[in-house]
Structure formats: structure tokens, C-alpha cells
Design a protein around this ligand. Structure first.
Ligand SMILES: *[C@@H]1O[C@H](CO)[C@@H](O)[C@H](O)[C@H]1NC(C)=O
Ligand SMILES: *[C@@H]1O[C@H](CO)[C@@H](O)[C@H](O)[C@H]1NC(C)=O
Ligand SMILES: *[C@@H]1O[C@H](CO)[C@@H](O)[C@H](O)[C@H]1NC(C)=O
Ligand SMILES: *[C@@H]1O[C@H](CO)[C@@H](O)[C@H](O)[C@H]1NC(C)=O
Length: 370
């Protein structure tokens, strides 16, 4: 009986189970897509030393990795903490750059991180991909320099031509070359393993993500510069040692924010490639950001789009900008509160050398969107 042909009714049941399985696979596909390696920035990663015996658990326990990222995790376990740090740095910088806007880059939960709004191929989504890729380049490049990773060390960048001849080149620099390459491998892996038909929505979204990941990496790569230290008798600076150094990440954030402001609106063109909607503009370079969907207005809470809305947000009554109550509250109006603000004040310099301040409390007006 067990090995005989399957009776008709059971075949039907099997088909149902199969259909259910396909359905589950599809809906869990959506869930998987919502999860991202960005979650490494929110959930603490155990240091790999703890896993040396029976090495695999680290990678299987981390959530948000795609299949090929999981493989990279197994090869580069010691990198994972830094990828997490990079994601965290990126998210923090995103929140700083967008602190005065309706969409403020807030994280929704530990797995999907930014929630459903990332399903929209908007400028904001573009920025998020770019800044988190940048965070990874930044963290890995620095970790190499600090000797934390087994597969890289100090930068081996060639001496810049314009460096004065008597300055020494060769302090231990940030290995931005390695950071760039590793981030490309790791961050893009998730996009590259997909196999959507050319011209489909999903495929154009993949192209958008890849472009913005690259824009983020290039920002860190191109903003890295030469840093020098003086030597010589009693600070005479007769001798200088120079090396390659990452820019402060705030500068990367500001640079990418400009790229966000000038991001290019794209659509799927012939051959399934992205092309400019408005041909009067220049084609985006690899340093530029691109997007394929218009942004929602982010005014109201909407479960479908994942917009959190601006109800309860602080706004500035006198500002005409995005942080002004008119724009921030989308014309819904605002409530006024009085709150106490604590500040350092009456600071005095004492010889020598410290500053002593008092703590002042003032009553200030605050405005909150309805
Ligand atoms: C998310 O991660 C943070 C930081 O590790 C943790 O404190 C918090 O409990 C987590 N939340 C959930 C819902 O897992
Ligand atoms: C949420 O957004 C969608 C898409 O823009 C829109 O069709 C829908 O009406 C919105 N829902 C609510 C409750 O505002
Ligand atoms: C960002 O926006 C969300 C949703 O409106 C709000 O809960 C959060 O407090 C905001 N964060 C900051 C730093 O303003
Ligand atoms: C509000 O906006 C005005 C004008 O842009 C600015 O001068 C002021 O410092 C802002 N106030 C706060 C509390 O941010």
C-alpha cells in the first residue's frame, strides 16, 4: 500500500499541499526580501572567537543574510562584526542627515530594519542603500588598518605624485581598496543572486540597488585622502610621514545627501536597462544616485506603504524649510507645549586649564504635529 500508486484523493491532497507549499514559499520570499543584512547593525554579533570550535553557527544564527552572503560569512567570519558596525554607522548617519525631514530614516524593527517603505524604489530608498554600503567600506577599511582581519592589513596605496619629495609615504593607512572590494562582494551578493527577467519591475529595482550601492562605496573611496604627521626636533616638522586616511563619516553623509538631492529619476528602457526619464539631464555617473519610483509624501501613517507619518513629530514654527511646522505637519496644524530645557551656561575658564559651567533651566515652546 505505502509503495503503491497514490490513490486519486491522496493525489488531490498532495496537490493541495504542494500549492500551499508554493504559496508559503512565495509569501516567505517576501519576508526574506524584507529582511536585510542591515539588521546586522541592530542586533549584536557575537565575536567570532567564541565560535572557533564548530565554526558554522555564527553564520547560521545571523538573520538577514541572503544565501550567498551566508557563504561569504563562512569564508570571512571575522568580517561580520565590522559589517554590523558599518550598517550601524550608516543607519545612524542616515538618521542624522534626515532628522529634519518627514521621512527620518527611523528603524521599524530588528529584521526588516526600515520596514515596508523600502519596497518603494524612491530617493529615500536609494540613499539608504548607498549610505549602508558606504558604512561597510568604512568599517572594513578601518578594521584592516587596525589589524583586526586576517585577510588584509595596512593600505598599500601608491604614493601620491603631488606629495612633496621629502615627505615619507607609508604610515599604516586605511585599506580603502580592500574595503571597497569586499563591500562590493558582500553587499551586492544579495542583488546578484536574483534572476529576474529583464525589463521586469524586480529587475529594474535590482539595477537601482546595485547602482546606489556603488554610489555609496565610491563616496568613501573617493573622499579618502592623505593625512600626515610631523616629526623632527621639538615639533620643527622637518619630516613628515603620510598615509591614506578615510574621511570623517559625517563628510560621507553630507556628500551622499547632496547626491540624494540631485538623484536621477530612471525607468526601464530598451534592453531592460535603466535610462533617464528626462533626457535633458546628464546620464548619472557611478557616483550618482538613481531611483525608479516617486516618493510618497510620508505625511500619514500607512500600513501598506510603511510610511510612519509625521503625527507627533517636533517641528519649528519659524522655519520655512522641511522642518517647519507647515511642511512637516502637511498642513494638519500643530500643538504647542512648554518644556524645560537644560543647558550648560555661564561657563568660566579657570587657570589652568578647565572650564566650569552652571546648569540653567529655561522654559521653551515646543511644537508638535497634529
Ligand atoms: C532589537 O535589538 C536590540 C539591540 O540588540 C535589542 O535590545 C532589542 O531587544 C531587539 N528587539 C527585538 C524585538 O528583538
Ligand atoms: C496607503 O497608501 C496607498 C498607496 O499610496 C493608498 O492607495 C492607500 O489609500 C493608503 N491608505 C491609507 C489608509 O491612507
Ligand atoms: C522619526 O519619525 C518617527 C515617526 O514619525 C518618530 O517616532 C521619531 O521620534 C522620529 N525621530 C526623530 C529623531 O525625530
Ligand atoms: C527654527 O528655525 C529658525 C529659522 O530657520 C532657526 O533660526 C531656529 O534656530 C530654529 N529653531 C530651532 C529650535 O531649531
Amino acid at each position: 500500500m505505502e509503495n503503491g500508486p497514490v490513490p486519486r484523493s491522496r493525489a488531490g491532497a498532495v496537490r493541495h499541499v504542494l500549492l500551499a507549499a508554493v504559496f508559503l514559499a512565495c509569501s516567505s520570499q517576501l519576508l526574506v526580501d524584507a529582511n536585510s543584512w542591515w539588521s546586522l547593525g541592530l542586533n549584536p554579533i557575537q565575536r567570532p572567537e567564541m565560535y572557533i570550535i564548530g565554526a558554522q553557527p555564527l553564520c547560521s544564527q545571523l538573520s538577514g543574510l541572503s544565501q550567498s552572503q551566508r557563504k561569504l560569512c563562512q569564508l570571512y567570519q571575522d568580517h561580520m562584526t565590522y559589517i554590523g558596525d558599518g550598517a550601524k554607522t550608516g543607519i545612524k548617519e542616515c538618521q542624522y542627515q534626515f532628522r529634519q525631514r518627514r521621512w527620518n530614516c527611523s528603524t521599524v524593527d530588528n529584521t526588516s530594519v526600515f520596514g515596508r517603505v523600502m519596497h518603494i524604489g524612491s530617493r529615500e530608498t536609494a540613499f539608504t542603500y548607498a549610505i549602508s554600503a558606504a558604512g561597510v567600506v568604512n568599517a572594513i577599511s578601518r578594521a584592516c588598518r587596525e589589524g583586526e582581519l586576517s585577510t588584509c592589513g595596512c593600505s598599500r596605496a601608491v604614493r601620491p605624485r603631488e606629495l612633496p619629495r621629502d615627505w615619507l609615504w607609508g604610515g599604516c593607512g586605511d585599506n580603502v581598496h580592500y574595503g571597497y572590494r569586499f563591500a562590493r562582494e558582500f553587499v551586492d551578493a544579495r542583488e546578484r543572486e536574483k534572476n529576474y527577467p529583464r525589463g521586469s519591475r524586480e529587475h529594474s529595482r535590482t539595477l537601482m540597488n546595485l547602482h546606489n550601492n556603488e554610489a555609496g562605496r565610491q563616496a568613501v573611496y573617493n573622499l579618502a585622502g592623505v593625512s600626515c604627521k610631523c616629526h623632527g626636533v621639538s615639533g620643527s616638522c622637518s619630516l613628515k610621514t603620510c598615509w591614506l586616511q578615510l574621511a570623517d563619516f559625517r563628510r560621507v553623509g553630507e556628500f551622499l545627501k547632496e547626491k540624494y538631492d540631485s538623484a536621477a529619476a530612471m525607468r526601464v528602457g530598451r534592453k531592460g536597462k535603466l535610462e533617464l526619464i528626462d533626457k535633458r539631464f546628464n546620464n548619472p555617473t557611478p557616483e550618482d544616485m538613481v531611483y525608479i519610483d516617486p516618493s510618497p509624501d510620508y505625511c500619514l501613517r500607512n500600513e501598506t506603504t510603511g510610511s510612519l507619518g509625521t503625527q507627533g513629530r517636533l517641528c519649528n514654527k519659524t522655519s520655512e524649510g522641511m522642518d517647519g511646522c507647515e511642511l512637516m505637519c502637511c498642513g494638519r496644524g500643530y500643538d504647542q507645549f512648554k518644556t524645560y530645557k537644560h543647558e550648560r551656561c555661564h561657563c568660566k575658564f579657570h587657570w589652568c586649564c578647565y572650564v566650569k559651567c552652571k546648569r540653567c533651566t529655561t522654559l521653551v515652546d515646543q511644537f508638535v504635529c497634529k
